[in-house]
Design a protein around this ligand. Structure first.
Ligand code: ZN
Length: 166
């Protein structure tokens, strides 16, 4: 019954193994948003059915809340975490079912929002994303960034986990 969590599964833009990230650096504020299939982070997208799966959800939540563990920003930029917001049906017992999910297609995602305040934003050169090391199911992150008035797109993976703002 967990077959869909293995291998590649496509539904619209939700592709297992891939996540999307939007990054906006404006003045001293750095906003990072991640949209990831739950499969990348927990290995399944339904309501946890046993202790092991409940622990996988709790672990995912704890890791994703810890912005300093998820990101490595240029130290000179002196960026400090201001807020972290995580949203997912898996955190809400009522909105997710045993079999697939509350949604008709059986897929669920995690939305994460990170807000940093940087004392020296001009010195922000790179952002290492540690999610490939933290989660076995995370393979590609497509980044769209706007910083210093410029747009930049990049695809990160385990071999190239660092986004450059240059
Ligand atoms: Zn899915």
């Amino acid at each position: 019954m967990y077959a869909h969590a293995h291998g590649k599964h496509v539904h619209g833009r939700h592709v297992h193994g891939e996540a999307e990230m939007n990054v906006v650096l404006q003045d001293s504020e750095l906003l990072i948003e991640i949209q990831s299939p739950l499969a990348n982070l927990t290995g399944f997208e339904h309501r946890p059915l046993n202790r092991q799966q409940a622990a996988a959800v709790e672990n995912m939540k704890a890791v994703m809340k810890d912005a300093d563990r998820v990101f490595g920003l240029t130290p000179d930029a002196l960026c400090a975490v201001r807020s972290v917001t995580l949203e997912s049906a898996v955190f809400d017992e009522k909105s997710i079912s045993d079999k697939g999910a509350g949604k008709e297609d059986g897929h669920n995602s995690l939305s994460a929002q990170y807000l940093f305040a940087c004392e020296n934003p001009a010195r922000l050169r790179s952002m290492a994303v540690h999610l490939f090391a933290l989660f076995d199911g995370m393979h590609v992150i497509k980044v769209q960034a706007v910083s210093k008035g410029r747009q930049k797109a990049a695809a990160l993976d385990a071999q190239r986990p660092t986004f450059s703002f240059e």
